[in-house]
Design a protein around this ligand. Structure first.
Ligand SMILES: Nc1nc2c(ncn2[C@@H]2O[C@H](COP(=O)(O)OP(=O)(O)OP(=O)(O)O)[C@@H](O)[C@H]2O)c(=O)[nH]1
Ligand SMILES: [Zn+2]
Length: 368
C-alpha cells in the first residue's frame, strides 16, 4: 500500500518538501485519542503519536489542531521515544461543525474527505430539515454530497421516489440514490466515487444502515465488529484500521464515532432553529428572565392571547429543552462508549494534554 492509496497527492507532496528536508515523514491521522493520535504511515504502519507543544500553541482554535483525516509531518522517535507531530498540512476539505449554543468554537470531524454520504430512509428517518442541515455542513466542507435513501425494500416504490425527489429539490448539487444496504441493492452507484486516493465518510441517524453499508462495501469477508481484534482494536485487514479503511477496489472510508455524532448535533440545531420565531417573540418580553407564565409584560402570553402564536406551537416549544436533554443523554452515552474503547485500546500515558506536552519537553529538552 502506498501513501497515495491513503489519500496523499501532489499538493500535499509539494507542501511537504521543507518538512522532508528535516527528516520528518508524512502520516495520516486516523484516530483521535484526545491525548495521542493514531497515525497511518507508508508501509502501512500504524503508530501512536503526540503533537508537539508548538503545534498545540500555534493553533489559535481547536479547529486548527490536528484532526482525523489530517496529513501531518511526523518526527519519528527511537525506541521508547514518542513520535511527534511537528506540523499539519493545509486541509483540502474540512468536514466540521460549530458547537451549538453561544459558543462559536468549531469542531473538525474529518479532514480531507472528498465525499460525504448521508444515509436516510423514506420512512421514519426522513426529515428534510435535518437533511438541509447536513447539506449546510457538507457545502462548507467543500466535499461532494451524496444521499442514499436506504431500506428501499421496506417502503413502497412511490414513497422512495418522492423522498429522493424532495431531497434533490433541497440541493441540486447532491447526487441522490435509492438503495437497500441489507439486500445489497443499488450500492454499485457508489463505485463512481470510490476511486483510489479518494476519501469518503458516511453520516446518518443511528440504525439507518451505515454499518450494513460499510460491510457491503468491504465485501463478504469483512465483518465490521466481530473481526475487530479486541486487544489491538484493528480490523483483520492488515492494510487498514477500523477508522480508515482502504477498500480493495479503491476509495478510503473514514468512519469514527465523532463523525457519527454529527447527527445528534444536527438534530439539536434543527430543533432550536425550528423555533426561532418564538425566540424572537420571547426577546420582546419585558423581563429578561421571563417565565412566560403570569409575568408582567410577557410577549409570549400576549402573542398566544391575541392568536398570533398558536398555543400548540408554544406547547411544543416548551418541550424543546426536554427533547434536547434526551439528545444530550444519548450523546453522552455514545461518548462514554467511545472513551471506554479508547482506553481499552490504547494506554493512556498522562491525564491531559498539558501533562503530555510537559512530559515531552522533559524527555527531549533539545527540541524546545
Ligand atoms: N430492511 C432493511 N434493513 C436494513 C437495511 N440496512 C440496514 N438495515 C437494518 O437496520 C438495522 C441497523 O443497521 P446498521 O447498519 O447497524 O445501522 P447504523 O446506521 O450503522 O447504526 P449506528 O451504528 O447506530 O449508527 C440492522 O438490523 C440492519 O440489518 C436495508 O436496506 N433494509
Ligand atoms: Zn415572557
Amino acid at each position: 500500500m502506498t501513501l497515495e492509496d491513503i489519500g496523499w497527492n501532489d499538493e500535499f507532496e509539494k507542501e511537504f518538501r521543507p518538512y522532508a528536508k528535516k527528516g520528518w515523514v508524512p502520516a495520516r491521522l486516523i484516530r483521535d485519542n484526545k491525548i495521542s493520535y493514531g497515525a497511518l504511515l507508508d508501509g502501512p504502519r500504524e503508530l501512536e503519536v503526540i503533537m508537539s507543544g508548538k503545534v498545540y500553541h500555534d493553533a489559535s482554535s481547536d479547529a486548527e489542531l490536528p484532526a482525523v483525516g489530517d496529513w501531518v509531518a511526523l518526527d519519528l522517535g527511537g525506541d521508547d521515544e514518542d513520535h511527534v507531530i511537528r506540523a499539519r498540512l493545509e486541509r483540502q476539505t474540512c468536514f466540521s461543525r460549530k458547537l451549538p449554543g453561544k459558543s462559536s468554537e468549531e469542531q473538525v470531524m474529518a479532514a480531507n474527505v472528498s465525499v460525504v454520504v448521508v444515509v436516510t430512509d423514506a420512512g421514519s428517518d426522513f426529515n428534510p430539515r435535518r437533511m438541509e442541515r447536513y447539506f449546510m455542513l457538507i457545502d462548507r466542507s467543500k466535499a461532494k454530497p451524496v444521499v442514499l435513501v436506504n431500506k428501499s425494500d421496506l417502503f413502497p416504490e412511490e414513497l422512495n421516489i418522492s423522498a429522493k425527489a424532495e431531497i434533490e429539490e433541497l440541493n441540486p448539487d447532491a447526487d441522490v440514490y435509492i438503495t437497500s444496504a441489507a439486500k445489497n441493492e443499488g450500492l454499485e452507484v457508489l463505485k463512481q466515487y470510490l476511486k483510489p486516493g479518494v476519501s469518503i465518510t458516511i453520516v446518518g441517524s443511528s440504525g439507518v444502515g451505515k454499518s450494513t453499508l460499510v460491510n457491503q462495501l468491504m465485501g463478504e469477508e469483512w465483518q465490521w465488529t466481530s473481526e475487530v481484534n479486541e486487544l489491538t482494536g484493528k480490523g483483520r485487514h492488515t492494510t487498514t484500521a477500523r477508522e480508515l479503511i482502504v477498500l480493495d477496489e479503491g476509495g478510503i472510508l473514514i468512519d469514527n464515532p465523532g463523525i457519527r455524532e454529527v447527527q445528534m448535533w444536527t438534530d439539536e440545531t434543527t430543533l432550536r432553529e425550528s423555533f426561532l420565531d418564538i425566540d424572537a417573540i420571547a426577546a420582546q418580553c419585558q423581563f429578561h428572565d421571563c417565565k412566560h407564565g403570569s409575568d408582567r409584560g410577557c410577549a409570549i402570553r400576549a402573542a398566544v392571547e391575541s392568536g398570533v402564536l398558536p398555543v400548540e406551537r408554544y406547547e411544543s416549544y416548551l418541550k424543546l429543552e426536554e427533547e434536547i436533554e434526551k439528545l444530550k443523554k444519548r450523546r453522552k452515552k455514545r461518548q462514554m462508549n467511545t472513551e471506554r474503547r479508547a482506553k481499552r485500546d490504547h494506554k493512556v500515558k498522562a491525564r491531559n494534554l498539558a501533562d503530555r506536552i510537559d512530559y515531552e519537553k522533559r524527555q527531549r529538552p533539545e527540541r524546545y
